[in-house]
Ligand binder design. Structure first.
Ligand code: KIV
Length: 281
């Protein structure tokens, strides 16, 4: 197998599967499973990898570092990386620089940019220069200071109109797919029907063309998971139990056992080892 291209993603006939990922070993497992179409190195890494309370502190260096780690593992899956906070607002030159770093140094095949019409000029410029761009509308976590909370978006008549305008403007600018986060399922479904590109939902209902989740949420590692997440694992409990068992085994002097230790050459007894060490004192 080899990595799918943006054309494969755009023309996918089956629902697109996408998970976030931020490190080499996790990426290797995800890539080996075989059913995952897309890996997103999201700026959600600010919370789940770096311990920030929002995505705002995440930098382009953080994104490139984690994208490159994931890229070293990924053989069969399309790789997307996020533009971090304000990187798209700093002018065309800075935006092109960010895309160049995510693709050249990070190995991303496409970039994802939060927000709509305010980014059109940059998106058109990137698409013109053959950078595949994925849009992101609905709840855009980089806007948390303006939004005030991580709530459901596009519920009212006014806001449904706005998300529609933004989505069609992004499509016109040439994005290849659109992430819809935390919007009513009716909005997810109708936009999916009306747009000529795949939608990838996260809390946007079943009718989107694909689904994306933060892997630590769906595997039960994060302690507060959004209501739209289904939990497929209990990583927090497994890790807790493992750390607890390790501590007990060390305290009770049960670890390491002899099969977990090394021995000197067969002809050497413990007494001889002690003598040799004493002599070198
Ligand atoms: O940063 C991220 O992980 C994302 C997904 C939640 C879509 O943007």
């Amino acid at each position: 197998m080899s990595r799918p291209s943006i054309v494969d993603i755009r023309e996918a006939r089956e629902p697109i599967t996408c998970l976030t990922c931020y490190d080499y070993l996790t990426a290797r497992v995800m890539d080996e499973v075989g059913g995952l179409d897309m890996i997103l190195v999201g700026d959600s890494l600010g919370g789940v990898m770096l311990g920030y309370d929002s995505t705002i502190p995440v930098t382009i260096d953080d994104m490139v570092h984690h994208t490159a780690a994931v890229n070293r593992a990924v053989k069969n899956t399309f790789l997307v990386a996020d533009f971090p906070f304000l990187e798209a607002a700093l002018g065309l030159e800075r935006g092109v620089g960010a895309a160049r770093r995510l693709m050249q140094e990070g190995g991303a095949q496409a970039v994802k940019i939060e927000g709509g019409e305010r980014n059109i000029e940059l998106i058109e410029h990137l698409v013109d220069h053959d950078v595949p761009v994925i849009g992101h509308l609905g709840l855009t976590p980089q806007s948390i200071e303006a939004l005030g909370s991580y709530g459901v978006q596009a519920r009212t008549e006014k806001n449904i109109k706005i998300i529609g305008e933004e989505a069609f403007a992004l499509q016109e600018a040439g994005i290849s797919a659109l992430v819809l986060e935390c919007v009513p399922e009716e909005v997810g479904s109708e936009l999916t029907d009306l747009l000529d590109l795949p939608t990838i939902g996260i809390g946007a209902g079943l009718e989107c063309n694909g689904q994306v989740l933060v892997w630590q949420d769906m595997m039960g590692l994060t302690d507060q998971i959004p209501t739209f997440v289904r939990k497929w694992g209990e990583m927090r409990e497994w890790l807790y139990d493992g750390v607890n068992s390790f501590c007990q085994a060390v305290k009770n002097e049960e670890f390491p056992a002899s099969e977990e230790s090394f021995s000197v050459d067969q002809q050497l007894s413990s007494e001889h080892v002690r003598e040799l060490l004493l002599k070198s004192r």
